[in-house]
Design a protein around this ligand. Sequence first.
Ligand code: SOE
Length: 402
Amino acid sequence: MSTPSSPTLGIGMVGYAFMGRAHSQAWHNAGSFFDTPLAPRLAAVAGRNEAAAAETARRFGWASVETDWRRMLDRDDIDVIDICTPGDTHAEIAVAALQAGKHVLCEKPLANSVAEAESMVEAANIAQGQGIQSMVGFTYRRVPAIAYARRLVEEGRLGRIRHVRGHYLQDWLTDPASPLTWRLQKERAGSGALGDIGAHIVDLAQFVTGEQLVGVAARTETFVRERPVSGTSSVTSLGGAAAADAAVQLGAVTVDDAAIFLSQLTGGALAVFEATRFATGRKNAIRLEINGTRGSIAFDFEDMNVLHVYDADAPARDAGFTRVLVTEDTHPYVAAWWPPGHGLGYEHSFTHQAVDFLTALADGTPPRPSFADGLQVQRVLSAVEASAERSGSWTSIAGASA
Ligand code: SOE
């Protein structure tokens, strides 16, 4: 835990919904379970809905509430701006915060467009010259089994990477009566399954292999093109009767429901990706399989404390995937938590993210994934959309080379 003498770092969080809750508990637990060199202080939560922001402050222990995030930039007791809002506000908040001399942690995807992400990287580079740091929140890097997979690749245990398979499968949109939330509106979310969850598997593939995607050939699809506008109806399924119900106002879904794409990595490996909100029965199945010349790893977030490891150098009579329970204190992040076998959950990766960020700030080292890493993922997302618009033709990713 952070010691009583650890200097404090004031956190100002913008947004309080799903990600705001995940980040709130992370700032709490980072300083309690880990020896962080800086002690996070939950200084303020900002949100336009004052009552909702106040309720978040009460539940999670934020010391104050702001209804305009800009006010947090003038406060001397706030050192970090933690952006947990939809993507359409990331660039404006991040650039203003960096210019005001605040460190920034920004939820993924970094922005809604490559141009916005570029402006964020530019601001981040200038700020870094003044000792101000920034990071994008690809939290799944901090799942112990994923961090362990990265360690195996770094140690050369997989040899040369030949194949990457990345899937992010959810099913929360299979019901056509599911409402038209901000995540289904291009102007707010940037894209659909592609940016929301496809961004994670792109980041994970690049993080674990240490390589980059050089191009993509993609298809995207929007299976349900209209959905009920929130608050206009209480229907739970949209059959003919519901469609005839004048009270149900439908609005256009302007993002993808699913995206698939082929790719290749800088080291020559072939890769396939799939991101969907229509995989019936799959709730948060992030599946990553990587095959190298000396071995393989396979991971599924729905069994997140396990990494399957294959050692191709083992004698044939012993060969096979080993189910490694990633709960030993020698595994990444685990020592701070529970005894072997007790397991961690979704929320722990946010705590690990907060710990890594605090450590980097104390050391003065640029935290990863950086805004530049976020921009690179944004370029992949943009290439996927461009390819899908041209019937799946191969589209190169700027800045990456084979
Ligand atoms: C979407 O359903 C979502 O909440 C993502 O936005 C998160 O990044 C992911 O962690 C879980 O799924």
